[in-house]
Design a protein around this ligand. Structure first.
Ligand code: URA
Length: 191
C-alpha cells in the first residue's frame, strides 16, 4: 500500500469532528498519486457521502465535462476537498471542522506534490489562500508560499447558472495549457 493509500484509509476512519457522526462515508479523495494537477473543492455532498468518492453528483458531472473539454480525464488528476465528510444539509463547513481536517489535505499535497493546485470556489480559496472573491479572481495563476495555485469557480455554481459552464470550461482549458507550458519551459510570462 502506498503512503497516499494509507492516508486515504486513515481518513476513512477519522472521528476528529462532529461531521463523523452522520456521515455514511468519509471521502478522502481520489486520483493519481503523481498527478500534475490537484483539484480542491469544498466538502462532499449527498452523492459523494453515499459513494465515498469526490465530485460524483451534479457538480461532479459539470467538472468532468470541463475536464473532458480541456482534453483530460478525472483519472489523470487528483480530486479532493477541504473537509472529507459531508456537512448536514450541505451547509458550508465550519471553522473548527476545517481546522480538524486540514492536516489531511496538507499531507495529501505533500505526498502528491502537484505542479498546480486548482482551487474550486470560495471555501478552498479562503481556507488555503485567505482569498475572498473567487468571481473577481478566477482564471488567475498565483504563486503562494512556493506553490502554484490556479483559481476557478466551484462547479456547483454552474448548476443553477448554466452560463457559468463555459466560464469553468475556459478556465480548465487555461489550467491545462499552463500546466503543459510549465512542464515544458517554466512559468516565464505567467507570473
Ligand atoms: N462539492 C464539493 O465541493 N465537493 C464534492 O466532492 C462534491 C460537491
Amino acid at each position: 500500500m502506498s503512503n497516499l493509500e494509507r492516508l486515504e484509509e486513515y481518513i476513512k476512519r477519522c472521528r476528529l469532528c462532529r461531521l463523523a457522526i452522520n456521515r455514511l462515508n468519509a471521502v478522502p479523495g481520489e486520483g493519481r498519486f503523481d498527478a500534475d494537477i490537484m483539484f480542491i473543492g469544498e466538502a462532499p455532498g449527498k452523492s459523494e457521502d453515499k459513494q465515498g468518492r469526490p465530485f460524483v453528483g451534479a457538480a461532479g458531472k459539470i467538472l468532468e465535462e470541463a475536464l473532458e473539454g480541456a482534453g483530460i480525464k478525472r483519472e489523470d488528476v487528483y480530486i479532493t476537498n477541504i473537509v472529507k465528510c459531508r456537512p448536514p444539509n450541505n451547509r458550508a463547513p465550519l471553522r473548527d471542522e476545517i481546522d480538524s481536517c486540514i492536516s489531511y489535505l496538507e499531507k495529501q499535497i505533500k505526498i502528491i506534490d502537484p505542479l498546480i493546485i486548482c482551487i474550486l470556489g470560495n471555501t478552498a480559496y479562503h481556507t488555503l489562500l485567505k482569498g475572498s472573491s473567487i468571481t473577481m479572481n478566477r482564471g488567475k495563476l498565483i504563486d503562494y508560499k512556493g506553490r502554484y495555485y490556479f483559481l476557478t469557480i466551484h462547479p456547483a455554481a454552474a448548476i443553477y447558472n448554466p452560463s457559468l459552464r463555459s466560464v469553468l470550461m475556459d478556465d480548465i482549458k487555461s489550467l491545462v495549457r499552463i500546466t503543459k507550458d510549465l512542464k515544458k519551459r517554466g512559468l516565464e510570462g505567467y507570473i
